[in-house]
Design a protein. Structure first.
Length: 240
């Protein structure tokens, strides 16, 4: 069964979330601060992390960034603020979703299921959860030195594996399936399934920047992702 690491300095929140996750069929581990969270994460990576943004010792966004630097395990942030600035900070740190306190535990469990399905980490419990059927995607794609396997959700550049988050992969796959076609930020927002109050159009630019960094794209002369000023983005069409 999928394992979820719950990180919060409030014991009552850890216990409440753990209770609901266990009832939904998940294995649960907990941590009360950033250092303990990273220690538990590295001891045996979970399938998903629920991470409070306000932690003693280390800010939650710093812990999220540390996790993202070494893994594509999805992260859901818990925050007491819903300002747009906070959302951008969380996106920059690499979070996949966020929930504002006080929250509904059943809603949090539903978001866990949705993020796990998007990341391809859903276990048997989620396959019975009544979610939408998996989307049929095109076969393996190749654009120059860029290769994408939709079924395995793997990306390589020049034969070397590239570690992407679930949303980064979905954005890249959508554009690479139609090289040369320009996608607006709104169209890419629709591709990146999730919760629109978090993943807004400004967030598209953040994810595209992260994608370029991971693909080794130079902004001045991109190999793969081009910016069409005033419109959006596209994957370059390579002439055969």
């Amino acid at each position: 069964m999928p394992t979820v690491l719950v990180v919060d300095d409030e014991a009552n929140i850890r216990e409440l979330v753990s209770l609901y996750l266990a009832a939904a069929g998940y294995s649960v581990a907990t941590a009360s601060n950033g250092a303990e969270a990273l220690e538990r994460f590295r001891a045996g990576p979970p399938d998903l992390v629920i991470l409070d943004i306000m932690l003693p010792g280390a800010h939650g966004s710093e812990v999220c960034a540390a996790i993202r630097a070494e893994s594509d395990v999805p992260v859901i942030m818990l925050t007491a603020r819903a300002a747009d600035l906070d959302k951008v900070v969380l996106l920059e740190a690499g979070a996949d979703d966020y929930v504002v306190k006080p929250f509904s535990p059943p809603e949090l469990v539903a978001r866990v299921r949705a993020v796990l399905r998007r990341s391809g980490r859903a276990g048997p419990t989620d396959s019975l959860a009544g979610g939408p059927p998996p989307v049929t995607r095109p076969g393996d794609l190749r654009v120059g030195a860029l290769a994408i396997s939709p079924e395995a959700r793997e990306v390589t550049v020049d034969g070397k594996s590239v570690l992407l988050t679930a949303r980064e992969f979905d954005l890249l796959l959508a554009m690479a399936a139609s090289p040369g076609v320009v996608f607006s930020r709104r169209q890419l927002l629709e591709v990146a399934t999730g919760f629109d109050d978090f993943f807004h159009e400004r967030g598209i630019d953040v994810h595209i920047r992260h994608l370029r960094e991971k693909l080794g794209d130079e902004a001045a002369e991109p190999r793969f992702i081009e910016t069409v000023r005033g419109v959006g983005y596209r994957v370059r069409k390579v002439e055969r």
